[in-house]
Write a protein that binds this ligand. Structure first.
Ligand code: NAD
Length: 359
């Protein structure tokens, strides 16, 4: 066994109902006396409860998906104007993303309080949109210093969004099994992430207030993102990055839809990954058959997003999208990828065809 693994320095405080106390501890540990609280308008009431014991000097609620450059610029100006010493983000990936944009230019530390399963809080990856172009990069300064996980804050996340977001986390796990820097540590995290999602998400669907289900999903969100941050973007993320950026498709739903087709394509050439995924489903209701059967069964149980056509992707864009994705396919992908492979994959994902008969 030979590998080099980058472990990212973050503290993780996990506890249902403990977000306010944990946040207060982290802010004290940082010695921060002027906090900028970032949350979207809809989640600001949650953020106010979480930040009740910290010295907030500015509440910033202009949060927009994919962080448009002008939105980032206004948040950066606000941080400087209020002489902020720490950023606290409470929300999904879009909110964490805005905090990262501010940290990028100001060097301010972030404490992230995630309320979805997107996982941005555990990666050093930032994203900004300029015009219609989404740009991303890696900067260790944008990695939150600490993450506060509190499943109670996710109770209000609607079931459809919880499912899509949970499958976004599952996509981090699966892609990290064959990402450019895949290693056995990422694989261990990914396998535990898949197991925990398969255990938790059906409970969330059955009862959105099921705390145990929510905790399993949130714990998995961390594992999945930590694995992904280390392994790097594999074929699945390269495909979804183009689809999201070029066609403005919703992030989590796009990942949830595309994942089984990538698994159908790569799986036969990645037997170790397949075995790990199938093993992770053991002990759940999705164990019969292999990795792809398990994923298909889980998606059916969750009534998960099925077809890109439902999210605004059109058949006539398949050709162009395939050409746009091809140059970004990682050379380390377990099997070579042609434009025709991508057309077949995208057509199946567009229509919601059975991934088990796509390739
Ligand atoms: P999001 O943050 O846009 O949230 C989706 C919706 O859910 C929003 O309407 C939000 O208001 C709502 N919401 C969030 N938490 C809620 C709660 N607890 N209760 C009720 N409603 C709630 O979506 P997302 O999927 O979390 O994040 C997507 C964004 O994150 C994309 O821009 C994506 O590129 C980015 N992302 C980045 C990374 C990274 O490593 N940099 C990783 C994953 C995602």
């Amino acid at each position: 066994m030979r590998f080099v693994h980058d472990t990212l320095p973050q503290r993780v405080a996990f506890g249902s109902g403990a977000a306010a106390a944990n946040l207060s501890n982290e802010i004290t540990a940082l010695g921060a006396t002027r906090v900028m609280l970032i949350a979207s308008r809809n989640e600001m009431h949650l953020a106010d409860t979480v930040a009740k014991d910290v010295p907030v000097v500015h509440r910033h609620d202009e949060v927009v998906m994919h962080v448009p450059a002008e939105v980032a610029a206004r948040a950066r100006r606000a941080a400087v104007q209020h002489s902020v010493s720490a950023l606290v983000s409470v929300g999904g990936g879009s909110t964490t993303g805005l905090a990262k944009a501010v940290a990028m230019t100001t060097g301010l530390p972030i404490i992230a309080v995630p309320t979805t399963y997107a996982g941005s809080e555990a990666t050093p990856v930032w994203g900004l949109t300029e015009g219609a172009k989404k740009i991303t990069g890696i900067d260790k300064n944008v990695l939150p210093k600490a993450i506060i996980y509190d499943a109670v804050l996710t109770m209000s996340l609607p079931v459809t969004m919880s499912v899509a977001s949970g499958l976004n986390a599952l996509a981090h796990c699966v892609d990290s099994l064959w990402g450019p820097n895949a290693d056995p540590i990422n694989a261990a995290f990914a396998a535990e992430g898949i197991r925990s999602l398969a255990a938790g998400l059906p409970k969330v669907v059955a009862d959105p207030m099921d705390l145990d289900g929510r905790e399993h999903a949130l714990y998995a969100a961390y594992l999945s993102a930590a694995a992904f941050a280390s392994a790097g973007s594999g074929l699945h993320h390269k495909i979804c990055h183009v689809l999201g950026g070029k066609y403005n498709l919703p992030h989590a739903q796009t990942h949830a839809t595309v994942l089984p087709y990538v698994l159908a394509f790569n799986g036969p050439a990645a037997p170790d990954a397949e075995r790990r995924i199938a093993t992770a489903f053991e002990g759940t209701a999705f164990a019969a058959g292999g990795a792809l059967d398990g994923l298909v069964a889980l998606k059916r149980e969750l009534n998960a997003p099925r077809a890109l056509a439902d999210y605004g992707f059109t058949e006539d864009a398949i050709e162009e999208a395939a050409e746009a994705i091809l140059p970004s396919v990682p050379p380390s992908n377990p099997r070579p990828v042609t434009a025709e492979d991508l057309r077949v994959l995208l057509r199946a994902a567009w229509s919601g065809a059975d991934p088990r008969t796509t390739f």
